[in-house]
Design a protein around this ligand. Structure first.
Ligand code: AMP
Ligand code: MG
Length: 603
């Protein structure tokens, strides 16, 4: 059994960077440039205007302002795509559109908004003149020739990975084709007597071949070209026939038939037809992984095709693909970064690693309170493909680590990022608002006690307009602040306080990362202006109006009865208010998008 690193080294030592090909730039997305690209033109090709306005001489605007405009004679107009026919002489201007070449004599452009054009037009005034309402500096709103790309310069270096902006740069240089390392052709073969194609009816004992599809999709995703060979049966003859079809490919990936079962003959065929690099890797899932090179004659030519024999279990085959096939494909494409980006996340489950292999655990990573958290996506059996579909990362538990406890920090290979990552869970937060003396603090105390009783970890936030009572003159912390420290932290055996000087009133979004993410619920008092779910405390004696507008409120707690269709609770019925918060904001976390829930009729 080899280690994951030894296995990867071996695989990479058998694949080479492929040869370059010239092809249309739009087909090159994600490929690696195989030549230095120099510019034969200037971009922009001429000095031109960055605004719709008037091209003029900056000197002529000296002292211009809204109260004392400078008037210039308009001698012409120029639009993008045409050349100016007149020049700007002292005391004149030319009306100009964005992208149009700057007329001779002009050295600045004043945008329409800083001229009297609109008022002239509305008063049907004389448009042969224009009033300039601001003083322009030389170069104002002028884009100079070659300021983006200068003729003769190296613009894109060989080995650059082509993303949309690079493809745009190639287009802006007038290149319709470019030279890139070609994409590898990866032959994909599923093996197993039990497998059937997705377009066939299932007979007893059969299952649909899914590995072909996951592997082909992965190959495409990372830039290769999948060549689907279909399903090979568990016989030497069937496999040999299929392998023949793979000899033109740059790599063969099979799935299944590499374990120790009676019908697991893929590695035997490999041993007979070529050489085995390794078989079995110290990882879980994915231990029975075979790698070698198929050596066979095709016509008169001897062909050598690297062969990765992935295990048949759908999850094992995907995880081993990620660890070994993906880097091999990227290397063949000329890429330099072959390993997956990893992050460090707080694991939210206990994990045991009994047999000393490297464990790859399917997790969903979310970012909360400035921290990454990883939670298991359910049962981790290597046949449970949906656990992969729910995951955006693989937590990597080292061979040497026998168990990981919830709260430990683990390394996670990210499979997907950003918009593919799904909705980020947010820490539930509800604020209690109300007029002064309405009883906000009393309700806060009651709710905190109620949620503690229910077993929640609660953080309470208070917005205080006045000073801060804990910052007492004479205390050491106060003295440090007086001496000029920007923040003071006081820690005692059972409490921590952090007092930081601010230059503005923080909003909830800025406070939450400081609060951290260890809580189940944040209850805030005040923060009327924040866009978070709000419950207003209403007191009859303070009038029938509300502090917040109805559309901002999720509920009202009142000692009277208001004529509104917002959910209302009677003052004192704290259990019902807590139920409402729990149901709408704590348990239904995904829908907590800082907006009040849908209206209900009054109870
Ligand atoms: P094997 O490695 O051939 O023993 O296969 C291990 C498990 O993976 C068995 O339960 C197979 O039925 C399953 N399996 C193998 N190949 C595929 C495939 N192409 N699609 C779905 N499941 C597969
Ligand atoms: Mg099999």
């Amino acid at each position: 059994m080899v280690s994951v690193e030894e296995a990867l080294d071996k695989v990479l030592s058998y694949v080479e960077v492929l040869e370059p090909e010239r092809k249309p730039i739009l087909d090159c997305l994600g490929q690696v440039l195989a030549e230095d690209v120099y510019s034969t033109i200037n971009i922009p090709p001429l000095d031109n205007s960055a605004m719709d306005g008037y091209a003029l001489r900056a000197k002529d605007t000296h002292g211009a302002s809204e109260s004392s405009p400078k008037y210039l004679v308009v001698v012409g107009e120029v639009a993008a795509g045409s050349m100016p026919t007149k020049e700007v002489r002292p005391g004149t201007a030319i009306r100009i559109m964005t992208g149009a070449p700057l007329p001779k004599g002009a050295d600045a452009v004043v945008q329409f908004e800083d001229t009297d054009e609109v008022s002239r037009k509305s008063s049907r005034g004389d448009l042969s003149q224009i009033g300039i309402l601001c003083q322009a500096k030389k170069g104002l709103n002028v884009r100079y020739r070659g300021e983006d790309i200068a003729r003769g310069n190296l613009i894109l270096k060989t080995e650059t990975v082509l993303r949309p902006p690079e493809i745009g740069v190639l287009a802006s240089l007038g290149h319709s084709k470019t030279l890139v390392i070609r994409r590898p052709i990866v032959a994909i073969l599923a093996t197993g007597n039990e497998l059937i194609g997705v377009d066939q009816p299932l007979a007893p004992g059969q299952i649909y071949d899914s590995n072909t599809y996951t592997i082909a999709a992965e190959v495409s995703r990372y830039g290769g070209i999948p060549k689907i060979l279909g399903i090979g049966r568990d016989s030497v003859q069937s496999l040999n026939e299929k392998i023949d079809e793979s000899l033109d490919a740059d790599m063969l990936i099979t799935s299944g038939g590499v374990s120790k079962g009676d019908y697991d003959i893929v590695k035997d065929v490999l041993a007979e037809q070529g050489e085995i690099g390794f078989w079995t890797v110290c990882m879980k899932p994915g231990k029975p992984l075979a790698f070698g090179v198929i050596k066979r004659m095709k016509g008169k030519r001897k062909r050598k095709v690297p062969h990765l024999g992935l295990p048949g279990n759908p999850v094992s085959s995907m995880i081993t693909f990620e660890q070994f096939a993906r880097p091999a494909i990227l290397k063949m494409m000329g890429k330099k970064t072959l390993i997956k980006p990893t992050i460090r996340a707080i694991i939210e489950d206990n994990i045991a690693n009994a047999d000393g292999r490297r464990l790859f655990v399917r997790v969903m990573v979310t970012k909360r309170g400035g921290q990454y958290h990883a939670s298991l996506t359910g049962p981790q059996g290597s046949g449970i493909l949906t656990s992969m579909a729910k995951a955006n990362g693989l937590a990597v538990i080292p061979e040497s680590s026998q168990r990981v406890k919830s709260g430990d920090v683990v390394e996670v290979q990210m499979l997907d990022w950003e918009e593919e990552q799904g909705e980020v869970k947010t820490l539930p937060i509800v604020s209690i608002v109300g007029k002064s003396q309405s009883g906000k603090t009393v309700l806060m105390e009651q709710l905190i006690a109620e949620f503690k009783k229910r077993g929640y970890k609660v953080a309470a936030l208070k917005h205080s307009h006045g000073g801060m009572e804990i910052d007492h003159p004479g205390k050491d912390s106060w003295k440090f602040a007086q001496a000029g420290s920007d923040a003071v932290c006081i820690s005692s055996p059972d409490k921590l306080a952090f007092i930081k000087k601010l230059d503005h009133d923080l909003n909830i979004g800025e406070i939450m990362p400081i609060v951290g993410s260890e809580f189940d619920l944040v209850l805030a008092e005040g923060f009327k202006k924040s866009k978070i779910p709000k419950i207003e405390v209403h007191r009859k004696e303070l009038g029938n109006d509300l502090l917040c507008s109805p559309e901002e409120l999720s509920a009202i707690v009142t000692d009277g009865s208001l004529d509104t269709d917002i959910v209302q609770f009677s003052w004192g019925d704290t259990v019902a208010v807590a139920d409402f918060i729990e149901k709408n904001f704590v348990l239904n976390r995904q829908s907590n998008t800082f907006l009040p829930p849908r209206r209900k009729r009054a109870r």
